[in-house]
Ligand binder design. Structure first.
Ligand code: DGL
Length: 279
């Protein structure tokens, strides 16, 4: 088991922020990434659609040998973490609980705002998880439609991005918050613009590092840490255009993405946890 890769997925490039943290903490692990770029954004999909898409992708990753799945997407975590945990034989880790733990550690006022996609906000997963974990932070949630597109369309800086970010974050600017949870894995890629708008007094909290620590803990507990020749391999799949994914991903990660493969949606049909197959 320990020689197998860790499967990581998101609607597109956002999950690379989590992959980067895994890369830093677990350089010897093989990482297998899927960006569902053809069907992004996930944030405006229904929970049922996300259960379907996440099931297909997780099924693909398990078929490819993944020993663990990291749902590197808050929207898919909100809609599909539980069904995936119930249906899969391998551990499945989401990004919401790690994000809250990071916020609890960073906030001095114990009051935080989570910015996220529409489907994540509507799910109320942050409020519920904060209560379940007794995280010790009071959570307010703000949906920020359009931010994901700024990232996927490579428009993260400049006047247009600043206008949209200022507009969406306006309700926050008068509130006294010291931390802002980036409750969408795309948002760290927009951090420069978000910081410019909210000011340096507000700490931006991402779930990426905490998620990587959770994965490491789990691998240590199960004895599944990879012991092969370092460094681990990184293989990227996208349901969109591989060349574009390679170009933007290389810029975001800061090292060349050597192995980027196209993944046709047709290849995802009939995977073990595709509800279309079990219906
Ligand atoms: N990066 C994802 C998230 O964390 C999905 C964003 C989207 O595609 O709308 O929610």
């Amino acid at each position: 088991m320990h020689q197998r890769p860790i499967g990581v997925f998101d609607s597109g490039l956002g999950g690379l922020t989590v992959l980067q943290a895994l890369d830093d903490l677990l350089p010897d692990e093989d990482l297998l990434y899927v960006g569902d770029t053809a069907r992004y954004p996930y944030g405006d999909k229904s929970p049922e659609e996300l259960v379907h898409h996440a099931g297909q992708i997780a099924g693909f990753l398990v078929d490819a040998g993944a020993k663990m799945i990291v749902v590197a997407c808050n929207s898919a975590t909100a809609a599909a973490l539980q069904p995936l945990q119930q249906q899969l034989d391998v551990p499945v880790v989401g990004v919401v609980a790690p994000g809250l733990r990071a916020a609890a550690a960073a906030s001095r006022t114990h009051r935080t705002v989570v910015i996220c996609t529409q489907v994540t906000a509507e799910s109320r997963i942050y409020e519920r998880t904060a209560e379940e974990l007794r995280a010790g932070v009071e959570v307010r949630v703000l949906a920020c439609p359009g931010f994901v597109q700024l990232v996927e369309e490579d428009r993260t800086v400049g006047p247009e991005a600043e206008r949209l970010v200022a507009d969406r974050l306006a309700p926050l600017l008068s509130a006294r918050v010291d931390t802002l949870v980036l409750g969408c894995t795309h948002f760290p890629l927009l951090a420069r613009t978000i910081s410019k708008i909210v000011g340096r007094g507000v700490t931006l909290v991402s779930s990426a590092d905490e998620t990587a620590f959770e994965v490491k803990d789990l691998l240590e507990r199960t004895g599944w840490l990879r012991s092969g020749t370092p460094p681990g391999r990184r293989v990227f799949h996208t349901t969109g255009d591989p060349e574009r994914f390679r170009e933007l991903g290389t810029r975001f990660l800061g090292y060349p993405l050597e192995d980027v493969r196209g993944l046709a949606l047709a290849e995802l049909v009939g995977r073990p946890v595709d509800p279309a197959r079990t219906r």
